[in-house]
Design a protein. Structure first.
Length: 95
């Protein structure tokens, strides 16, 4: 199996997301997601130990999706900050 190595720009983006995630978790805030009981779009996010990337993804979904939606997040037993992060989002169905 090939191993993927991050380049400088990717590494910088990940570090930036890690800082944003840490600030969000330290703030104690929650982030409500505008989901609909009658969605036209289903968004499924599958994650494992990628809290900073999951945070960025969910924030972008909240900011950019303009149609009625449902959000399903499947966490594959993460042991990083992902469970803590997902506790701060309301509206998503989390498995």
């Amino acid at each position: 199996m090939a191993h993927f190595e991050e380049g400088g720009a990717q590494r910088d983006a990940r570090l930036r997301q890690q800082g944003l995630l840490a600030a969000f978790l330290d703030s104690g805030r929650t982030l409500p997601l505008a989901v609909s009981p009658r969605p036209k779009v289903s968004i499924v996010v599958v994650t494992h130990n990628q809290a900073e990337l999951t945070f960025g993804c969910l924030v972008r979904v909240q900011e950019q999706v303009t149609v009625p939606m449902e959000l399903i997040v499947i966490d594959n037993a993460s042991n990083d900050d992902t469970p803590r992060l997902l506790d701060r989002f309301s509206g998503a169905r989390i498995f």
